[in-house]
Design a protein around this ligand. Structure first.
Ligand SMILES: Cc1ncc(COP(=O)(O)O)c(C=O)c1O
Length: 483
């Protein structure tokens, strides 16, 4: 009897309404606090095991007020809405998307089959068609939304293998040694995807980059020739738009030309920087992108949408159906037919979250040019930080960025090993202070502080404060070492 009552409680609308109203007030107040940037922590530093211990203890205590639990979760989380959040490439989501999340989780409509998500399938077509147009694809294009850039890139490689591989690996298994070509700066998910496809070490041909971290197009023919001589069948060329470490854009025009000449599938990993297709001012960075056979663009990076939400677009729409040619009689009667409204025919996922709602509602609520405004703002802000760094001899840039990713290091009268240690410790202390959140990376054996400018509410004052704090910490560390 007691159990039945508890189960009913979990579905009761009175509590849902009450907690819901309280939660929205809590989040809106929290948003005001973090966005003001005053007296609020960006990153609640804690040792992982201590954090685990905290939640283990919490889990064992009697259930408390749900609102208090929400407050605790917020206090133990990284605050992406904070103007001093300049860390990883996750979007600072437009707050309306939290309401979208509430609604889509409530509805729990997937997107695998039309009957389980009529609105979600239709809205997905609208969002992907809208993005295709921005790319410059014609009406033959088609796309899907999927759970992240990693999965989108893997899906594109599967389509590429189907189209350009020497045999149908999906049906017959491997009969040849296959390979893909990509810049040595590509995100690790390309390497991982290629290995999942069974290509092995030799099947991932990493083309060197130039001083700006762009693929060396003068090396492409040589790399292909060497691969062929080694008995490999190269089926795909992948371009970075832009790369993860430095945000550098490959010459997509040249890669498209090379792919066409050599009968390769051309895929663009635009998970981070492909978003510039929405901006008239910055679209030139991806000149030639419309020649790609497939393109991945994360909505959850520069496009104001929470994780995970990626568009995978195909120039020739019918290619999207070739990737997963599989029978699933319980889902649909005609596996071979092209039905845009049964999304699972085209995606890795069977049940898929209602992804289209967030980008659709952002565009409908704030206007079709809202992504453009965000991209332009993030680039303008990045430029402000870059200008400060260029004028300031306390710092050194790894490269003048094309995108919103800035790698720089604090320099002092020390050798490279000492500078590596110094910058490592500066970041550690900086984020432990809770005042800023930035990350770090190593490029050509030099350790850099890495800022990705994701928050349109960040300002020049935040940058000035950041650089001064870095110097202050750097000087303290140096002083301690000398003493
Ligand atoms: C260029 C690039 N490609 C792919 C990915 C992976 O995307 P996701 O994290 O959405 O799986 C990233 C992530 O940072 C990226 O920067």
């Amino acid at each position: 009897m007691k159990d039945v009552i508890k189960l009913k409680d979990a579905y009761n609308s009175t509590d849902f309404r009450k907690i819901g109203h309280e939660l929205i007030d809590l989040l809106a107040n929290h948003l005001d606090t973090v966005q003001s940037g005053e007296n609020s922590v960006v990153y609640p530093h804690q040792e992982p095991n201590k954090e685990l211990q905290f939640w283990q203890n919490d889990f064992e205590t009697e259930p408390s007020n749900t609102l208090d639990l929400f407050k605790t979760i917020i206090a133990h989380s990284t605050q992406l809405q904070h103007p001093k959040y300049m860390g990883h490439q996750s979007a600072v989501p437009a707050p309306i998307t939290s309401l979208v999340a509430l609604m889509v989780d409530f509805l729990n409509n997937g997107t695998g089959v039309f009957e389980m998500g009529p609105a979600s399938n239709a809205m997905e077509k609208i969002v992907t068609d809208f993005t295709s147009k921005k790319i410059g694809y014609n009406e033959n294009a088609s796309g899907i939304l999927t759970s992240g850039g990693t999965l989108a890139n893997l899906t594109a490689l599967l389509a590429a293998r189907k189209e350009k591989g020497p045999n149908d690996v999906w049906e017959e298994g491997h009969k040849n040694r296959l390979a893909v070509m990509v810049s040595e700066e590509a995100h690790y998910c390309i390497d991982r995807g290629a290995r999942i496809l069974g290509l092995g070490d030799q099947g991932i041909i990493k083309v060197p980059v130039d001083k700006d971290f762009k693929i060396r197009t003068d090396q492409l023919s040589k790399c292909l020739e060497v691969a062929k001589n080694n008995g490999l069948h190269v089926f795909c060329m992948i371009g970075c738009a832009g790369s993860t470490a430095t945000g550098s854009y490959d010459d997509l025009e040249a890669l498209a030309e090379f792919s066409m000449t050599n009968n390769l599938w051309f895929h663009v990993d635009g998970a981070h920087g492909g978003a510039v297709v929405f901006s008239k001012k910055h679209k030139n960075l991806v000149k030639g992108i419309e020649k790609a056979d497939s393109i991945a663009i994360d909505f959850h990076k520069m496009l104001m949408t929470p994780v995970l939400n990626t568009a995978l677009l195909f120039k020739k729409g019918s290619d999207v159906y070739k990737t997963f040619a599989q029978k699933a009689q319980y889902l649909w009667d005609t596996p071979e037919s092209e039905e845009w409204y049964n999304s699972a025919k085209k995606t890795f996922e069977c049940t898929k979250r209602f992804l289209s709602a967030s980008p659709y509602i952002i565009l409908k609520t704030f206007g079709k040019d809202i992504f453009e405004k965000n991209i332009d703002k993030l680039h303008d802000l990045t430029n402000e930080l870059v200008q400060l760094l260029l004028k300031d001899n306390r710092f050194e840039l790894a490269v003048v960025p094309e995108s919103n990713i800035v790698n720089f290091r604090y320099v002092s009268n020390l050798n490279d090993t000492e500078l590596n240690n110094l910058n490592l410790n500066i970041r550690k202390q900086l984020i432990e202070s809770g005042k800023f959140y930035i990350v770090q990376t190593t490029i050509k054996e030099k350790r850099y502080l890495r800022c990705t400018i994701m928050n349109p509410l960040t300002s020049k004052t935040d940058f000035v404060e950041l650089l001064n704090d870095i110097e202050k910490i750097g000087l303290q560390i140096k002083k301690r070492l000398i003493l």
